[in-house]
Design a protein around this ligand. Structure first.
Ligand code: AGP
Length: 608
């Protein structure tokens, strides 16, 4: 996600901002910029690309002199990476400069209102709306203007604001996106995260939602939305920089597992309006959607496993035939495609070579291509007819977790949207699905709070040689993902099997002590799964069951059980994947593997 740094002090601000932004590079970004008050006006320098580009165009900051400023590294959400979409975003007169981390969910409505009042916009970003609104409501008091804006924007934000009329102060505020205050000697800072300021101070305030900061070089005021002072405790940071980049977690993968409730919420909530699923971002019309006779889902690795979930849930709810393919096979099997076919392409990076090649083949054959991508402006996103972005933020660990979970969330949204369009849902079913979607982040959070139980189970099995994951229907799809997670970061051999297939050969591999992880969350298939558990138990297997809290009879058959909260069958994959991610993580950690950078693997496989 984006990185924010702000400085008010006595040395040149630009070098401090550049150095702070460098410490936030791990968060992933596609452009960078800064705004510095030079004694007369706010000077802005910003560009698409790495921080090095910003260093070059500002001669390491020499071209933007001044002792107060705000800086930003942008992870694009609204508007592809470009110079004009980079932050800081400025108001039409240049009076306000704004840096932002988060998503303004109602930015389109606010932008339309301002444009009707004659405000000219230059960027595609949601953040520019904040800058223009500040100028629109400004009557001489910068904090009052900020309050006016906060009353109108919806969504998540960490904001840093510089105003030419108040050049000795930075005003900052946060809601859902992190922001800290650094407390120095005759200098103070704002930052998205601790690493940005560790070289200058280890004393910070952690801001809470809706706390407003007025920051000067020799004072820091924290106010609530009623402008009453808020007492803050100084936190002293004793982390080293490397630990700080991971937010105090030992690995990026751990941090990203824990970020899943927020990532899923950020992906779902902007697409729910008035109890309805809305996709402002796609041009696909209802008529086109009704014309599709078949859907293909094409992806690689974990994204392919999301595709397997998509096959089950789309066919069950939309009643259109769905085929799912690994991209490297799809493009060489002469698929039968045409204008009546929808090809759903799923990719976190948006740069996977096999998936990109499959997309191009689908377009060549005349199919309509809709991609689900996490990186804004990536090649797959740009070459698809339509794209739905997952707002997981940058995913650093090679093993995907939060991006995977947000891809599932988009599949549910799309399923509800398409099923409703084709008249497959009653109003009650629709409303129930929406309620289930909205409850997902809290249920994921509840499982994460119970992660010590998974750590205990991992401690019993981290030395095993083989692990078999088994499941039926959606639980089979989850077995695939659980097996891959374990293999790719712990190097333990593992396989996933449709539980009904065991008796057709695989069960010959089961012997005394073989670990079998049985996913039995799907109510209608629970009894069948218990039969499969009995099958492997009688051959000596040790069984770890994963099921919902309503199916406690599993304890009669399985040796160990991990319970997940109940949910509608379609959305149980979002819950059952969490213990599987954690199991792989803890096993790998206990084996001392390189969790974030597993051997032989890359985060984005851009070669075929
Ligand atoms: C998942 O943990 C793996 N790192 C890998 O399978 C990944 O899902 C696959 O390479 C696809 O990547 P993409 O989503 O960026 O296209």
């Amino acid at each position: 996600m984006c990185g924010i740094v702000g400085y008010a002090g006595e040395v040149q601000a630009a070098p401090v901002l550049l150095s702070g932004l460098e410490k936030l590079e791990y968060r992933g970004y596609d452009s960078a910029g800064m705004a510095v008050y030079d004694g007369e006006a706010i000077r802005v320098a910003k560009a698409k690309g790495r921080l090095q580009v910003l260093r070059e165009i500002t001669e390491d900051g020499a071209q933007v002199p001044g002792v107060i400023g705000i800086g930003h590294t942008r992870w694009a959400t609204h508007g592809a990476p470009s110079d004009v979409n980079s932050h800081p975003q400025v108001s039409v007169s240049g009076k306000f400069a704004v840096v932002h981390n988060g998503i303004i969910e109602n930015y389109l409505q606010l932008k339309e209102k301002l444009m009707k009042k004659g405000v000219a916009f230059v960027s595609e970003t949601d953040t520019e709306v904040v800058a223009q609104l500040l100028e629109y409501y400004y009557k001489g008091d910068i904090v009052d203007a900020v309050i006016q804006v906060l009353r109108r924007v919806e969504g998540s934000y960490a904001l840093g604001v510089l105003c030419e009329d108040a050049p000795d102060q930075i005003v900052a505020v946060r809601k859902d996106s992190p922001l800290i205050v650094g407390l120095g000697q005759r200098e103070n800072f704002i930052a998205s995260d601790v690493p940005a300021i560790l070289s200058r101070t280890r004393d910070i305030y952690r801001l809470n939602d809706n706390e407003i900061v007025i920051l000067k070089k020799d004072s820091v005021q924290v106010l609530n939305m009623d402008l009453e002072p808020v007492e803050k405790q100084v936190c002293h940071i004793d982390w080293d920089v490397s630990a700080a980049e991971k937010g105090g977690y030992e690995h990026f993968m751990a941090k990203e597992i824990m970020e899943q409730p927020k990532a899923v919420r950020d992906t779902i909530s902007p697409r729910l309006r008035g109890g309805r699923v809305v996709f402002d971002e796609i041009s696909l019309t209802a008529e086109q959607l009704r014309s599709f006779r078949k859907i293909y889902v094409v992806a690689c690795g974990s994204a392919y496993h999301v595709g397997v979930v998509a096959k089950y849930v789309l066919e069950q709810n939309v009643r259109i035939p769905v085929e799912v393919d690994v991209a490297s096979e799809f493009r060489y099997r002469q698929p039968i495609l045409g204008p009546d076919t929808l090809v759903l392409v799923i990719s976190q990076s948006g740069e996977t070579a096999d998936t990109l090649a499959a997309l191009r083949e689908a377009r060549r054959l005349g199919a309509y291509t809709l991609s689900i991508v996490n990186v804004v402006g990536s090649t797959i996103a740009n070459e698809s007819d339509d794209v739905i972005y997952t707002w997981a933020g940058p995913e650093i660990a090679v093993a995907t977790t939060k991006a995977y979970s947000t891809q599932l969330a988009v599949v549910y949204l799309l399923t509800i949207y398409l099923a409703d369009l084709l008249g497959r849902l009653t109003p009650q079913q629709y409303a129930d699905y929406i309620a289930e979607l909205e409850a997902l982040p809290e249920k994921i959070d509840a499982i994460l709070k119970n992660r010590a139980n998974i750590q205990y189970l991992a401690s019993k099995f981290f030395n095993v040689r083989d692990v078999f994951f088994i499941g039926r229907n959606l639980d089979y799809a989850m077995s695939l993902e659980g097996s891959l997670k374990l293999k790719e970061i712990s190097y333990i051999h593992s396989d996933a099997y449709a539980a009904g297939e065991l008796k057709h050969g695989t069960i010959s591999l089961v012997e005394d002590g073989t670990l079998v992880i049985a996913l039995a969350t799907q109510r209608t298939l629970f009894d069948k799964m218990m039969s499969n558990v009995k099958e492997v138990k009688t051959r000596g297997a040790v069984v770890l069951g994963v099921t919902t809290s309503l199916q406690r009879q599993i304890e009669k058959e399985a040796d160990y059980v991990f319970y997940i909260p109940d949910a509608c069958p379609m959305m149980l994959p979002s819950l059952s994947v969490i213990p599987l991610q954690l199991f792989a993580y803890y096993v790998s950690s206990m084996k001392g593997c390189d969790i974030d950078k597993p051997r032989n693997l890359a985060k984005s496989v851009t070669v075929e």
